[in-house]
Design a protein around this ligand. Structure first.
Ligand SMILES: Nc1nc2c(ncn2[C@@H]2O[C@H](COP(=O)(O)OP(=O)(O)OP(=O)(O)O)[C@@H](O)[C@H]2O)c(=O)[nH]1
Ligand SMILES: [Mg+2]
Length: 309
């Protein structure tokens, strides 16, 4: 018992320390980003009711006595890609399949298994030692889904979760800690919640508000770049550009007499202020980058050929 207490309260030797890369993987809209935020303990990743909200691999850090988890959120798995951007998003998933220690296979329990076939392509990567099936949205689950998923995955352990009620989140965390490999920490144990920059998360807040405010294809045609970020103790001055694919989308984004863009700006500013804890001045510009989702030159410029910083 004594040695266990010692293990918890003193810096552990590198051989006893557990650290590893855990990836949330699942179909669009399953609740991966919601789970990521809940497990990290801060709302940083964009969450919306529209599929394909997440467009990057987003690493978050969870530290505790003797362990460090690098938890990656990922874009939803697609069974078919329609344009070049989606191809790049799937690449983030292939990357995690190669370099992750553990996987959380996230299912939307309010959908039938039929809906989940896209994960089939990666089936051979998931074993009882490295994967946990997470049956999320249990608060609105279809009763038959549990049995379907249990018989589909057979030997994989399964936890029912609800981000809304908190059900199962501690179990998911315990499973991760238990299954992490012994490894020294990859990052300082007092480092921030993510290895990505505040600029990245600010652009994600703006993009999330676009997803929440606009219909149909418009959110999918938007990319957000933070052009400048000036940080003073009393105010953060941020200027960002929203790129769209066509002039008609620019008009929709701006709205009659600029009202739609103004509303978007207010919502984004309020959430950024809550995140940084100080006053924010946010200036938004809309530009057209003709057909950017299908063109490598734009995708490179917008960072879809590398990890975000
Ligand atoms: N009822 C309920 N809704 C949830 C739960 N978890 C997430 N949601 C909702 O499900 C929707 C999708 O959540 P996200 O976290 O954006 O899903 P995602 O898997 O990251 O989606 P993509 O990024 O598009 O792949 C949002 O409207 C969430 O509020 C849950 O446990 N219960
Ligand atoms: Mg997401």
């Amino acid at each position: 018992m004594q040695s266990k207490a010692l293990y918890i309260f003193t810096p552990v030797s590198s051989s006893a320390f557990k650290a590893g890369y855990v990836t949330l993987i699942g179909l669009p809209n399953a609740g991966k980003s919601s789970l990521w935020n809940a497990l990290i303990g801060e709302k940083l990743a964009a969450v919306t009711n529209k599929p394909q909200t997440t467009r990057h691999r987003i690493p978050g850090l969870i530290h505790g006595p003797g362990y460090q988890i690098i938890l990656s959120d990922t874009p939803g798995v697609l069974d078919r890609v329609a344009y070049r951007l989606q191809e790049r998003l799937m690449n983030y998933i292939y990357e995690t399949l190669e370099d992750s220690d553990l996987f959380l296979l996230v299912y939307d329990a309010s959908q039938t298994l039929q809906h989940h076939k896209a994960l089939e392509q990666f089936r051979s990567h998931f074993t009882p030692n490295n994967s946990l099936v997470v049956l999320n949205k249990w608060d609105i689950a279809k009763p038959a889904v549990e049995q379907q998923i249990v018989s589909y995955w057979q030997k994989l352990p399964l936890v029912k979760t609800s981000v809304l009620t908190g059900l199962g989140l501690e179990e998911v965390k315990s499973w991760m800690i238990q299954h992490l490999p012994e490894h020294p920490p990859y990052y300082d144990t007092d480092s921030d919640l993510s290895t990505l920059s505040l600029r990245f998360f600010v652009s994600e807040i703006i993009r999330e508000k676009i997803f929440l405010n606009y219909m149909d294809e418009v959110p999918y045609a938007c990319h957000v770049e933070v052009d400048s970020y000036e940080e003073k103790p009393e105010i953060h001055r941020i200027s960002a550009t929203i790129y769209v694919e066509r002039e008609s989308q620019k008009a929709i984004l701006i709205g009659h007499q600029g009202q739609a863009l103004k509303k978007l700006g207010i919502q984004a500013r309020q959430e950024i202020e809550a995140l940084v804890g100080t006053q924010v001045f946010l200036s938004l510009t809309v530009k057209v980058a003709e057909g950017w989702r299908s063109q490598d030159r734009y995708l490179k410029k917008f960072g879809y050929f590398r990890a975000p910083i």
